[in-house]
Design a binder for this molecule. Structure first.
Ligand SMILES: [Zn+2]
Length: 209
């Protein structure tokens, strides 16, 4: 749908900003054999919750972060999938996403029993080193981790990520490299990738409208 395509290109003014943010991902931790996921990127339900933390500042931020992400995630998923996927927030979702108010490496964990995936959990950490992440960082991380349900396997991948050299500049397109590169300037929220590339959409079963 053309209404989404136009929004994934960087406005020219962004090119003058420094590339500063780079969030790492723990990759895909799997237990048991790999089977094709039964859930669909075209119609995905997510249970998004704020976790617990001993960090007082994060404890205060988590409810607002959770609400902001929850409000924006359906539209962000539509944008990221060129309008091919729909996302709904549910109490009983296909996958649980927990915002953890701690420093750590965000990851998708799948639990299997008898070769069948019985549950999936994404943990999104809200602190990266010394940075308290903002909604754009957290959204890009959430999209990346959701992408791991389907992507990326086989030739040209390693640990769930593309293994070819990562582009050095900023791009809105491409969410499944090992690091998520955002742009930031002092006093502004970071600007992060927001769209899956064509090969990522293909891996996710969204190769065609
Ligand atoms: Zn990853």
């Amino acid at each position: 749908m053309t209404m989404y395509r136009g929004r994934v290109h960087a406005p020219r003014w962004l090119l003058v900003l420094a590339l500063v943010g780079a969030s790492a991902c723990g990759g895909l931790f799997r237990v048991g054999p790999t089977i094709a996921p039964l859930i669909s990127a075209r119609y995905l339900s997510v249970h998004l919750v704020a976790g617990d933390t001993a960090d007082a500042q994060e404890k205060a931020r988590l409810p607002t972060l959770r609400d902001s992400l929850a409000g924006a995630l359906p539209a962000a998923w539509a944008l990221a999938t060129q309008g091919r996927g729909q996302l709904f927030l549910r109490n009983e979702g296909d996958i649980d996403v927990e915002l953890a108010g701690t420093n750590g490496t965000s990851a998708l964990t799948q639990h299997s029993r008898g070769g069948k995936v019985t549950s999936r959990t994404i943990t999104v950490h809200t602190i990266d080193g010394n940075r308290r992440l903002m909604v754009p960082d957290l959204m890009a991380t959430t999209l990346h981790e959701l992408g791991h349900i389907w992507c990326c396997y086989g030739p040209g991948t390693s640990g769930g990520h593309w293994s070819d050299p990562e582009p050095t500049g900023f791009s809105y397109v491409g969410l499944m490299f090992p690091t998520i590169r955002c742009q930031a300037s002092v006093g502004s929220e970071p600007v992060c990738p927001n769209a899956f590339s064509d090969r990522e959409l293909s891996e996710m079963g969204l190769g065609s409208p």
